[in-house]
Design a binder for this molecule. Structure first.
Ligand code: NAD
Length: 336
């Protein structure tokens, strides 16, 4: 009988890691999850789940022991724009430690492939000043001018992965996610991202009420549903591509339009109050998927309408269960 592939997913208590564990289990892999915490909204399907602090060298050795074939390194100290703007030192220090120790422990424990989860925050800020931004190609990360803290640390870890290939022939993959959203992700507390935060605000506001938007709402982004993200991760790991690769959609949308989309799903008409004192990040950011298409012969296909319907419905149901939604809320239908 063919041996099961043995996979380690770090950050398996978090949003993308949890979805990835589910997918790998459904494909018959043996999976170890590692994180500081268990998943918040659902039990993990992992065969083993280790509570570890991956900033610590010994914990990284523990995580990678026992004949693991592949590592998806998704553990990171991260959050939405408010969080990453306010915590440069902590985020950079924590993630440098996680990535450096996880790479070296994986190499020492004979892992065959290591995937690093990078971010579109590595892109040069000077190329993202216009809401109608030119989609970012992988080479636009240089000359380096990334997001302070979080972006610098991600860009450096991409370089570290390249050094491990050059010096040790250790197989690494680096993926630059562009705004991943979906159910079972953080939707409040400061670490949530825009689609989850907007869904929460829309769900908590009565029809014809007002919601607060960070910035003037003209800032633009592209958004990828988590199932597409997981598909892309598995395809990239299986490929022989060792350079950093975009993983996102190339449909640009303003935050104001995103709010209207979510309000439509919720069947509500809401007024927007713009708070210009809040951080809003770069003016525009989009993914150029030319290289992604060439390398993987694939790109994310789940539409924002489909993905947001599922996400909104999940967040609304969570809040409803806590007795926090206004009366007479109609739950939007929608399954992918
Ligand atoms: P998440 O915050 O939901 O998951 C990250 C997990 O890492 C958390 O469960 C956290 O507890 C864990 N972690 C943090 N510090 C740790 C430590 N010292 N030891 C062990 N575990 C630790 O985030 P996510 O959205 O699932 O992101 C996964 C990866 O993708 C991260 O590397 C993130 O930087 C990257 N990324 C995500 C997005 C996105 O839109 N979600 C965009 C760009 C990049």
């Amino acid at each position: 009988m063919k041996e099961k592939r043995r996979i380690l997913v770090t950050g398996a208590g978090g949003f993308i890691g949890h979805h990835l564990v589910n997918r790998l289990k459904s494909e018959g892999c043996w999976v170890r999850g590692a994180d500081l915490k268990y998943p918040e909204y659902e039990n993990s399907a992992a065969d083993e789940f280790a509570i570890l602090d991956l900033r610590r060298w010994d914990d990284c050795l523990m995580a990678t022991r026992g004949g693991i074939d592949e590592v998806y390194n998704l553990a990171a100290d991260m959050g939405g724009i408010g969080y990453i703007t306010a915590n440069h030192a902590d985020i950079a220090r924590n993630n440098i430690l996680i990535n450096a120790h996880m790479l070296e422990a994986s190499r020492q424990n004979g892992i065959s492939k290591f995937l690093f989860s990078s971010s579109a925050c590595v892109y040069a800020q000077s190329k993202q000043n216009d809401p109608d931004v030119t989609p970012l190609r992988e080479e636009d990360a240089y000359p380096a001018d990334p997001e302070p803290g979080y972006g610098w640390e991600k860009l450096f870890a991409e370089e570290l992965c390249k050094y491990y290939w050059k010096d040790y022939k250790f197989e690494t993959r680096s993926v630059r996610f562009h705004n991943v959203y979906g159910p079972l992700g953080t939707y409040e507390g400061g670490k949530e991202k825009a689609p989850a935060a907007i869904s929460r605000k829309v769900a908590l506001t009565p029809n014809h009420g007002e919601i607060e938007i960070w910035g003037d709402g003209h800032q633009t982004r592209s958004f990828m549903f988590v199932d597409d993200c997981v598909e892309g991760l598995i395809r990239l790991m299986a490929s022989d591509f060792r350079e950093a690769l975009n993983l996102g959609t190339d449909r640009l949308i303003s935050i104001n339009d995103l709010v209207d989309l979510v309000s439509g799903i919720a069947q509500k008409t809401l007024r927007k109050k713009h708070d210009l004192s809040r951080p809003q990040g770069v003016r525009g950011r989009n993914s150029d998927n030319s290289l992604l298409n060439r390398v993987l012969g694939w790109e994310p296909a789940i539409t924002l309408e489909q993905g947001l319907a599922v996400t909104y419905k999940w967040i609304e149901a969570e809040l409803k269960q806590q007795g926090r939604t206004p009366k007479a809320v109609s739950i939007a239908s929608g399954k992918l």
